[in-house]
Design a protein around this ligand. Structure first.
Ligand code: NDP
Length: 286
């Protein structure tokens, strides 16, 4: 029987820490504010943004949503990014992705001041992570590391295999695992023999976005398996990239879907907002 990597419980710990940090800053007259740029009316994006507002309120973080219609001009969004960068009342902000067709997220994200980049996705933040400079870390990979550590999964010297090489999850996670002294392999859709690569893993993280693609043939006995995938089942509920029922009996740790990586991602956004507020407050004191 595997130990469940309980994202709900660890996320609650992170939220409690953040709430404490936010209260402490407030005592020193520093409010924490997390702004969101929401373009268009994609229902999933609207839902994500309102849950992030709720999460923020719960830990004492103030939040503002800047809403735009889907046909907003790229230049208007670029101007807003400039204003948010320069507004001392804004601790950090992010652009809810994906943007509607016709808008290009990359130049907008590239303009975000790295000290306010709470998603940690700008090229500057990614570069700082890659060369080992302090930066705000992308929420999902950071949450995964925190989840593994909370369950005392050994990372130093471990064979870590990441399935997926997106800028959002796979690549930054590989950097973070390297930082933890794991030996890291990154697999993707052109990997020739996926099961033989993933079977080497002491720590296997699956972020392929392919429903239940990883089964018992992909895992080593006693491994830690983290499932990043989220897929809606027609009959209701969520499943991940891993066939949980099949894999769980042979591994030592496994993250469930839901209740694994998802809550960690949400909690690390709040953690980043607090970190951004601290950095801004320190800069103001200098
Ligand atoms: P992307 O689609 O951007 O990337 C998927 C990666 O998986 C690509 O690198 C792709 O390879 C690789 N891949 C796809 N199919 C295979 C395969 N058969 N074998 C090996 N590699 C494969 O997805 P994201 O990284 O954005 O997200 C991945 C999943 O995680 C999604 O289900 C998403 O919904 C979920 N997610 C969950 C979060 C959470 O909080 N729980 C947060 C973020 C994402 P290639 O590069 O060659 O195309």
């Amino acid at each position: 029987m595997a130990e469940i990597l309980d994202g709900k419980a660890v996320a609650a710990e992170v939220r409690a820490e953040v709430a404490e940090g936010v209260a402490e800053l407030k005592e020193h007259g520093v409010p924490v504010r997390l702004d969101v740029v929401l373009v268009g009316e994609d229902p999933a994006s609207v839902t994500y943004v309102s849950s992030k507002e709720r999460d923020s309120a719960e830990v004492g973080i103030d939040s503002r949503v800047h809403r735009f219609p889907g046909d907003v001009l790229q230049e208007q969004l670029a101007a807003l990014v400039g204003r948010l960068n320069g507004d001392p009342a804004v601790s950090g902000f992010f652009i809810q992705l994906p943007l509607p067709a016709g808008l290009d997220a990359v130049p907008l994200i590239s303009r975000i001041d790295p000290t306010k980049d709470v998603d940690g996705l700008s090229p500057m933040s990614a570069g700082r992570l890659a060369v080992g400079l302090p930066s705000l870390l992308p929420c999902t990979p950071h949450g995964i590391i925190r989840l593994l550590k909370a369950h005392s999964v050994e990372l130093a010297g471990a064979e870590a295999v990441v399935v997926g090489r997106s800028n959002l999850v796979g690549k930054p996670l590989a950097q973070l695992l390297l930082r933890e002294d794991a030996t890291v392999t990154v697999c993707h859709s052109r990997t020739r023999d996926l099961p033989s690569a993933t079977r080497r893993a002491d720590v296997l993280v699956v972020a392929a976005g392919k429903r239940e693609m990883v089964g018992v043939e992909h895992v080593k006995q006693g491994a830690a398996v983290v499932d990043v995938g989220i897929h809606r089942r027609e009959e209701g509920g969520l499943v991940g990239d891993v066939r949980f029922e099949e894999v769980e009996p042979i591994v030592a740790w496994i993250s469930p879907v839901p209740g694994g990586v998802g809550p960690m991602t949400r909690a690390m956004l709040l953690h980043n907002a607090l970190q951004a507020a601290r950095t801004t407050a320190e800069a103001a004191l200098r």
